[in-house]
Unconditional design. Sequence first.
Length: 261
Amino acid sequence: MTSNALPVVGVLQSFSLQGKVAVVTGASSGLGVTIARALAEAGADVVLAARRVNRLEQTARLVEAAGGHALSVPADIARPQDCNRVIEASVAEFGRLDVVVNNAGTGKVGPAHRQPPEEFGRTVEVNLAAAYRMAVAAAVAMTDGGSIINISSVLAYTTAGIPQAAYAASKAGLLGLTRDLAQQWTGRRGIRVNAIAPGFFATEMTEGHTEDMDRHVEKRIPAGRLGQPDDLAGAVVFLASEASRYVTGATLPVDGGFLVS
């Protein structure tokens, strides 16, 4: 067997993102804010994409305080032209692109038979189709390889007894997209494609849950609590960095053990 030897790098050094440029979608709130800050703390410059301009500036200040340079790009990634514009702005500002975190997401709780068709379509468009378009645009710009991280959900695997058909379907689709793009691009382009499946986190996305819903979920979590945004930070830095250089096409649950309960 031919050995393609790589430079020996210390373990802690392999987690560094110094000199790297990362794009985070949905960077104006929730997990997106934590992800952007974590990438900056690891050394990356961060491009922030979301619709809410004023919230983007708040995230930008956190990135700068963590030591990274921030570029805010107001964008609705449900529009194909905005996906391309985010990637183009990243390369124009920093001269390169190394990491994309497809974090933007939407989804409402409610019975499937009461969900308007256009709401289902919007959920799939934002959660799945936009992630595909961002990945394709990024693959062209990642001339030195890179890492694409899709934020899926444990609901891609199972149900929590909470009706979220459109959300669950879109997040399950992300897992198939992750596997296929990894097969296409890792060997040919040096681009690793992985996913994270967060469990139930206390963010804007869960504000629509009732107290009974949260108690029902917590009973199934071996860790005994809902996730906090910072619980996701280490997983994102790992998949973005050289520490995971032999990991591609994988999905990492960050769920407090929800999937094994």
